[in-house]
Design a binder for this molecule. Structure first.
Ligand code: PHE
Length: 410
């Protein structure tokens, strides 16, 4: 059979009917932006690492190639969870995929005996194409485990959150005493509010705002849902006139601890995305810039500092439309998913694609067939593109769409 070798850390994997990873994504594997000291992604991760200190072991070199068992099953994802689908995740084959989140390493690290740890890593998701979405991004995961009855007490007097709350929709786990679960919730909230305060202080410094009492950050906790925590929360920060969702977290589901033989333990976990925060802190306008090799980008940042990006001139864009009839829905098939088009455009145009948007859709009154029109914006981060070269790309998109997506061009 055909084997995938490119970039995937030297290993090769047989293809099967699950294989949906493309060359454009494979080409990013091993870039390890989070390990380059002067890169904004690494600067963000390092701020978090420094805040948590040496008590938390730091894991920044775990392979992005994992099993669906690690990424989903070990965490209690439902069998029909949409995250498992071929339209949301990158599969190398049915038993091997690109991790979609750093939580894929929770059980593995607990089994190795770690009790307090941080993971920083590249994660992969099939998604839309615009200035804030890219198929590869970075997360930091944090985990803290205690013995039951011995959860470290925290000073909760200056927390933004009220007392811990749980509800029928976001319940405490019956296996834990209320005292243990509440103590973990307090510890979680204190730890994460502290971390968010310290990283936002670095951003405020970049803006020349002194971090005084008046500049205190406004934060709020909202209920969340994750298959692997309960209760679950999201932390939001009031930033530039809006509530900004910063992280997801919760009390670790007992079945996860049990997989590591931790029968008498209780703990918390969180996951935080780095790109959105880095774009806000460094004022980086387009997510593709993180992948730029241009010294005008990379030369602007240095380890330990949050500084504002000085944009260099934007090169002109070139837009092209493509319209097609969707395939008729057949029983038992996934049918057309916009992510399939996005993936195809990325595969053809790589980082020259800036944005793909659905601009029109309608259903033919007689045939009932559905038509979509997408506007593709092409632009380079570091040079002028010519109309001729973009026409070549657009022709490839038009040629491949009927073959790969079973659509009919209009
Ligand atoms: N893995 C979750 C995500 O990617 C975040 C998370 C991590 C939530 C740990 C709870 C605990 O959205």
């Amino acid at each position: 059979g055909i084997r995938l070798t490119a970039g995937l850390l030297g290993a090769s994997y047989p293809r099967d009917d699950h294989t949906n990873i493309t060359g454009a994504v494979l080409a990013k594997v091993g870039s390890d932006l989070h390990q380059q000291p002067n890169h904004p992604i690494c600067i963000m991760a390092t701020l978090m690492r420094d805040h948590f200190g040496p008590l938390y072991t730091y894991h920044d070199a775990l392979s992005p190639v994992v099993s669906p068992a690690a990424n989903f099953d070990s965490l209690g994802f439902e069998k029909d969870h949409p995250g498992r689908s071929l339209s949301d995740s990158y599969y190398i084959n049915k038993d091997t995929m690109m991790r979609t989140h750093t939580s894929a390493h929770q059980v593995e690290l607990l089994q190795k005996g770690h009790r307090n740890f941080l993971v920083v890593a590249d994660v992969y998701r099939r998604d839309e194409i615009d200035s804030t979405h890219y198929p590869v991004f970075h997360q930091v995961e944090g985990v803290r485990v205690f013995d039951r009855g011995n959860v470290e007490a925290v000073d909760s007097s200056n927390l933004a959150s009220g007392p811990p709350n749980a509800s029928a929709d976001n319940p405490r786990q019956a296996c834990y005493t209320t005292v243990d679960s509440e103590a973990v919730e307090w510890h979680l909230k204190a730890s994460l509010e502290g971390m968010v305060r310290s990283i936002f202080a670095a951003a405020q410094q970049a803006q020349g705002i002194a971090t005084t009492q008046e500049s205190e950050l406004k934060m709020r906790w909202v209920d969340g849902y994750f298959p692997f925590t309960s209760p679950s929360y999201e932390l939001e920060v009031w930033y530039e006139g809006k509530w900004m969702e910063v992280l997801g977290c919760g009390v670790i589901q007992q079945h996860i601890l049990e997989q590591a033989n931790l029968h008498n333990s209780v703990g918390w976990a969180f996951g935080i995305g780095l790109e959105r925060l880095a774009m806000a802190f460094f004022r980086i306008p387009d997510i593709r810039l993180f992948w730029s090799q241009d010294p005008r980008f990379l030369g602007q940042f240095s380890a330990g500092k949050v500084t504002h990006f000085e944009p260099f001139s934007r090169y002109p864009s070139c837009t092209k439309d493509v319209s097609f009839w969707l395939p008729e829905a057949k029983d038992g098939e996934e049918g057309f998913h916009p992510n399939d088009l996005f993936e195809l455009v990325r595969d053809v145009a790589g980082d020259l694609v800036e944005d793909v948007k659905l601009t029109d859709s309608f259903v033919h009154p007689k045939t009932k067939r559905e038509s979509h029109c997408y506007r593709i914006t092409y632009r380079s981060m570091d040079r002028n593109v010519t109309n001729e070269e973009i026409n070549v790309l657009q022709d490839q998109v038009r040629q491949l769409a009927p073959e790969r997506l079973d659509v009919q061009l209009r």
